[in-house]
Design a protein around this ligand. Sequence first.
Ligand SMILES: [Zn+2]
Length: 344
Amino acid sequence: MQDLEKKIAEMESSALKAIEEASSLDHLEQLRLSVLGQKGELTGILRGLSSLDKDVRPRIGQLANQVKVKIEQAHLDRKDRLFQSHIEARLSQERIDVTAPGQIMPVGHMHPLSQIRQEILSIFSSMGFVTADGPEIETDYYNFDALNTPASHPARDEQDTFYTNIGANVLLRSQTSTVQIRVMEMSKPPLRIIAPGRVYRNEEVNARKYPLFHQVEGLLVDKDVTFGQLKGTLTAFIQALFKKQVKTRFRPDFFPFTEPSAELDSECPFCNGKGCKTCGGRGWLELLGCGMVDPNVLSGVGIDPEEWSGFAFGMGLERLAMLKYGVNDIRHFYTNDLRFLEQF
Ligand SMILES: [Zn+2]
């Protein structure tokens, strides 16, 4: 019997030593199984108790159970410590430094055309004009006929646009003046609208021309509207846009839907009229077209031209943006080159 007691004592000390030295949770579990598992050494001894003599059985049984409790306790202690150091190791490796600087995302800004559109709309909004919108795919009625430009009119040639296969008369609008007609059909005067939007022309691409560009159209219809009011409104607009007291001049021009019609020039705000690169040495900039609404256009939409009168104007956004920001090629606005866009 002393052999068995000795064996149990040796197993105890070697198991406790191995547990203490176990370097990982996996290793510790293997040790536990080898002693306390179903096929473990100590489990085998406890199973064999029944074959021992009755007089030694209680002593060996008690000893084996004491050792079992000791080893179980040592195993749990070691497991706790190994788990704790495992957590600490992970925490120190995966620590988040909340004071580290974050990733800075670049902040974008509005496209230069959007910027100048916003600026123009806000100037006219301060004068009581309301923004109106209309479709880009139009019929030739809204794009030409209703604007006093019948099929035989030579002005149609200057605004050759893109026709669709939806129908012979369905086209991409060549001007935002179409919105005037749609608004006048739907609402009664007095009216004050400003209509920004994309327009299309069948034109060769170069530094000054592009098949797609943007216009802003304005229309005022009221009683006893005078050309003096048109001049005052547009001069106030130009001075607000250039943030400068510039002179303006109105040169006679022709548009089918206004009578009389004029081209508005402003004194070059960059050289104060002395002549520079922007104004081509002339001292004046051609900015927009305008005029008094033709009575034919009013009667065409059911507004009595004897009772009501009005003025209209239209300008190209790209042209104004090119002048204001000193851009020499219209194509820069559409190529999405950040080296260009980031300058605004
Ligand atoms: Zn100039």
